[in-house]
Design a protein around this ligand. Structure first.
Ligand code: GTP
Ligand code: MG
Length: 205
């Protein structure tokens, strides 16, 4: 899929105030600093579209980006941001949860995990919560540039095996990406395109 346009639409902390066009929407979620905003910039090929920082906790709100004028990408704050105050964490938690529970346009969420790490409870519990709530998701392994090809394969295999030994009977769809090396761009965009086509077949405009 070609990205012809990518525009920031709005930031807010209330799911009710998100854009109300009936367009398919994809949300990026994961721990702080995992690379959600970087991935959005890589996919759209727009360097400064989503705000990036080496310090965790950069993205603080629900950020909507309209792509090709017919679908949305959503950049969310990270969960598990250690330096946020307890009160801030609670507020984050609440609006992220409401976003996932209430956002009807959400057709697929991408749960980002750093490819170098073993499965972390905060991520696997979040995936289980998505599953229990019937919210479709895929896993996106980020920062693949940090590992050699053989290690990439071994890490992904081990991660998926651990999910299969836990709550999952089937491996969720998963993608290997690197925003700095632009790995995984086409596959993720084609995946989104496939869902978009299905969406517009079922919801003709
Ligand atoms: P929050 O908004 O704080 O939740 O973080 P985020 O998940 O949006 O992460 P962000 O995209 O801001 O990136 C965090 C840091 O990781 C930045 O220093 C990025 O340059 C770096 N980073 C992101 N993606 C990659 C990648 O694919 N490879 C490498 N090597 N670094 C990356
Ligand atoms: Mg961010």
């Amino acid at each position: 899929m070609k990205i012809k346009s990518a525009a920031f639409v709005m930031s807010n902390s209330k799911v009710e105030k998100c854009p109300n066009e009936p367009l398919p929407e994809y949300a990026f979620i994961g721990r702080s600093n995992v690379g959600k905003s970087s991935l959005i910039n890589m996919l759209t090929d727009r360097k400064g579209l989503a705000k990036i920082s080496g310090r965790p906790g950069k993205t603080q709100l629900i950020n909507h980006f309209r792509i090709n004028d017919n679908w949305f990408l959503v950049d969310l704050p990270g969960y598990g941001y250690a330096r946020a105050s307890k009160k801030d964490k609670k507020t984050f938690q609440k609006y992220i949860t409401s976003y996932f529970e209430q956002r009807k346009q959400l057709v697929c969420s991408f749960v980002l995990v750093d490819i170098r790490h073993e499965p972390q409870k905060i991520d696997t519990e979040f995936m289980e919560w998505l599953g229990e709530n019937g919210i479709p998701f895929c896993i996106v392994f980020t920062k693949a540039d940090k590992l050699k090809p053989a290690a990439i394969e071994q890490k992904v295999e081990a991660y998926i095996q651990e999910l299969l030994m836990g709550a999952w009977e089937e491996a969720p769809d998963h993608f290997i990406t690197s925003s700095s090396k632009r790995i995984g761009r086409e596959v993720v965009l084609e995946f989104i395109d496939g869902i978009n086509q299905q969406f517009f077949k079922e919801n003709p405009r």
